[in-house]
Design a protein around this ligand. Structure first.
Ligand SMILES: NC(=O)c1ccc[n+]([C@@H]2O[C@H](COP(=O)([O-])OP(=O)(O)OC[C@H]3O[C@@H](n4cnc5c(N)ncnc54)[C@H](O)[C@@H]3O)[C@@H](O)[C@H]2O)c1
Length: 323
């Protein structure tokens, strides 16, 4: 029997998941809800028999859904997850989990009692480069890491406002924080410096910092800095470099370069991490086996806490400890 899937939020990232789901056998996307009703209608029109709903409750009560994708902007989290938990419907939610610490922490607390399948859109975990890095790290001693998200500003209107996105470190650079956690373990302390230098003059209404650097201390003794900017007119580094007793591992999305005394080895990639993420979620819904899901809500919360702590540190000027 086909799995019935619904979507809450039908913007850019929803289209990416929809494209993947269309390639998977035994998956029927049946329900759509978006605050912007014509968007939901347009999405529904592309799937045979699918329906756009005028309210989230109508959608969730309208068909027996096996799973729901929550693809709303950071500010809009909370409502959808609570309604899904009330109805025991598994969900895949896009990162970041929210714009503050409280709403995601409350959801995570309620999930503990539910044992619901969840997945979070930290797709870098599904990159082949992450798997290669894990294997290479198992045989080496990492000392430090440098992470980057250096680029331009996404032009969706909620992104440029702190109360819409939580800022670049929370919204975008969270992928690099998550990758660092995935490869090197938990973060114990952060100290951040942010500034807004250019983008408020270029794009009216911008109040998110457009440059920032965060220093992190890890539980295993490593130190790291992760820097980001959204003021560039061109794309630059996005990735993580790890410095170990064996050499350097440079991770750039799907690609990994190992720089060692005997030369440089490049590991490419043949898979699409977004597809792998969707396939893992659908497999979990079908079988109950969630072992292919590489980021669930409880784990993603720890990444989110690091990014929120960085925001707090940038405001206070003080280091923030994480327990
Ligand atoms: N994993 C990734 O690599 C990746 C890539 C892009 C975006 N994202 C994340 O996905 C989320 C959405 O990004 P996007 O680019 O699709 O944004 P978008 O603005 O293109 O789409 C968001 C959609 O959500 C709708 N919406 C807003 N509030 C809603 C609510 N309360 N209920 C229902 N619908 C609501 C909007 O009308 C819009 O159609 C963001 O958190 C973003 O960080 C993740």
């Amino acid at each position: 029997m086909s799995l019935k899937i619904g979507f809450i939020g039908t913007g850019g990232i929803a289209s990416c998941h929809l494209e993947n789901l269309a390639k998977l056998e035994g998956v029927q996307v049946v329900s759509f809800y978006d605050l912007d009703a014509p968007r939901a209608q347009k999405a529904a029109a592309a799937f045979d028999g699918a329906k756009a709903f005028a309210s989230m409750d109508d959608m969730l009560d309208g068909a027996a859904l096996d799973g729901v994708y929550v693809c709303v902007p950071p500010l809009a989290h909370g409502d959808a997850e609570l309604r899904l938990m009330e109805r025991n419907i598994p969900f895949l939610v896009e990162k970041p989990l929210g714009i503050n610490a409280e709403v995601p922490a409350d959801i995570a607390e309620q999930l503990k009692e539910k044992k619901l399948i969840t997945s979070v859109g930290y797709h870098w975990r599904y990159n082949e480069s992450t798997g290669h890095a894990k294997r290479l790290l198992a045989d080496s001693q990492p000392g430090m890491a440098l992470g980057y998200w250096m680029g331009g500003m996404p032009m969706v209107p909620w992104w440029r406002v702190q109360t819409g996105s939580g800022g670049q470190f929370v919204e975008q650079t969270t992928h690099i924080v998550d990758l660092l956690r995935c490869l090197c373990g938990e973060v114990r302390e952060v100290y951040a410096a942010y500034a807004l230098r250019v983008m408020h003059e270029k794009v009216p209404g911008t109040d998110v910092p457009d440059v920032g650097t965060v220093t992190l201390k890890l539980a295993n003794g490593m130190v790291a800095t992760i820097s980001n900017t959204c003021l560039l007119p061109v794309g630059h580094h996005v990735g993580l470099d790890l410095y170990t007793n064996k050499g350097v591992l440079e991770i750039r999305s799907g690609e990994l370069r190992e720089i060692a005394p005997d030369g440089v080895t490049t590991f490419g990639s043949t898979t699409n991490p977004y597809f792998m993420e969707d396939e893992a979620f659908i497999y979990a819904l079908r079988t109950g086996d969630a072992s292919r899901i590489l980021s669930d809500y409880a784990d993603a919360l720890r990444t989110h806490e690091v990014t929120i702590a960085a925001n707090e540190s940038a405001l206070s000027g003080q280091p923030v400890s994480l327990t």
